[in-house]
Design a protein around this ligand. Structure first.
Ligand code: PLP
Length: 396
């Protein structure tokens, strides 16, 4: 018999979609996998060399629980540059990816029954972690506003139990970049209602066209004492498997996170820490910029192909590396003959009939959505999207 807690979560919807794609490929089908939450890329030379150096030096010990001091100092310098403010090492905890940073934040901030406002569609792990930490996720629908929450809708969702608001820009899954006015209004609300802001900027390195990524603490410096910045190198350096992220915020929070992490994972992998430190100290190659321009051209090609969709609106994909489609007009929520069609059905048929793997919006709290990653090799992307357009245009 398992703990009741296990009823609060299942395998993440994105992981399940990836597994379905792999199963189909293992069964011999030729699959184009557009489910990935990561970028196809070679390793950054600075990362490779930093890791090899560390191994050659025989590095093998525990580090400080929330990361080597030199790395925390380098991260504090990076955050200072990103935000235009002074940040110190003691305000930064290095974590095993952004996922652990978010989990730590939920565990040290939430009491049972505390509510956390999450704009929807949302990255699937936000509500799962709130539930695991004993809190209650409260969703604010963004679909009628280009996938950016309206501050007045957030305000309506605030109760005396509200403890925090999640702000994820550029967003997963919709690729929306929040405008400055929206962030200012959310920040003001946080101040007036005494709330925390959990600011997830994992996709901040990738904004497209004339959009700009603004850290919320720069937009509204008055919220610094109630803001937690979450970021990682998983997306920006295509390092998903290396598991280095960070949480930055008030010292008391970081100290609590340090104590928590000392009982859970201890320090993140030491070789990966050295690699990221070497990158932060030595990178002159603008590896991130190379990834960004690769993604920008993939986005342009992809949006051109998707423009041929006849009944399916596509979000503007302002940031990150996802296309997000609205399948509402293809769905039959429950017709007279008792049958219905959901986004899940379309995703299953898309994989079986067109050999294209995508993630259903149900993983993101949106029964009509479909997410496609464009962080894959360009030839595969073009073929996958052409198949998808043909399939969806013919859908009855
Ligand atoms: N936050 C968002 C919005 C994400 O999409 C992801 C990964 O997909 C993460 C956090 C987790 O990133 P990491 O791999 O660094 O744990």
């Amino acid at each position: 018999m398992l703990a009741h807690r296990t009823n609060l979560f299942g395998t993440s919807g994105t992981a399940a979609a990836r597994a379905a794609a792999k199963a189909a490929a293992d069964a011999g089908k030729e699959i184009i996998d557009l489910t990935a939450g990561e970028i196809w890329s070679e390793l950054a030379p600075t990362i490779r060399d930093g890791a090899i150096d560390a191994i050659n030096k025989g590095v093998n010990r525990y580090t400080d629980t929330v990361g080597m001091v030199e790395l925390r100092e380098a991260l504090a310098r990076k955050i200072s540059l990103d935000t235009g403010q002074i940040w110190k090492a003691e305000e930064v905890a290095v974590t095993s990816g952004a996922k652990q940073a978010l989990f730590n934040a939920a565990m040290v901030l939430l009491n049972p029954g505390d509510e956390v406002i999450i704009p929807a569609p949302y990255w699937t792990t936000f509500p799962a972690q709130v539930l695991i930490a004993g809190g209650t996720p409260v969703f604010v629908d963004t679909r009628s506003n280009g996938y950016v929450p309206r501050p007045e809708h957030i305000k309506e969702a605030v109760t005396e139990r509200t403890r925090a608001i999640v702000v994820n820009t550029p967003s997963n899954p919709a690729g929306a970049v929040y405008d400055v006015e929206t962030m200012m209004a959310i920040a003001q609300l946080a101040v007036s209602c005494n709330l925390w802001i959990i600011f997830d900027e994992c996709y901040g390195a990738f904004v497209h066209e004339d959009h700009t990524h603004h850290p919320i603490v720069s937009v509204a410096p008055e919220i610094r004492a109630r803001a937690l910045i979450v970021n990682s190198f998983s997306k920006s350096l295509a390092l998903t498997g290396w598991r280095i992220g960070y949480l930055a915020g008030p010292k008391e929070v970081i100290n609590a996170v340090k104590a928590l992490q000392s009982h859970t994972t201890s320090n993140p992998n030491v070789i990966a820490q050295h690699a990221v430190l070497a990158h932060l100290q030595r990178d002159g190659s603008d590896y991130e910029g190379k990834l960004r321009s690769r993604l920008t051209s993939a986005r342009r090609v992809g949006l051109d192909v998707l423009a041929s969709l006849t009944r399916v609106p596509v979000a503007r994909a302002q940031g990150g590396f996802y296309f997000y489609l609205d399948l509402s007009r293809l769905l039959r929520p429950g017709s007279e003959d008792g049958t219905s069609t959901t986004a899940d059905d379309i995703v299953t048929a898309l994989l079986a009939e067109a050999g294209v793997a995508a993630v259903s919006g149900t993983a993101f709290g949106d029964p009509a959505g479909l997410r496609l990653s464009y962080g894959i090799p360009p030839e595969k992307l073009a073929t996958g999207l052409a198949r998808l357009v043909e399939f969806l245009n013919a859908w009855k």
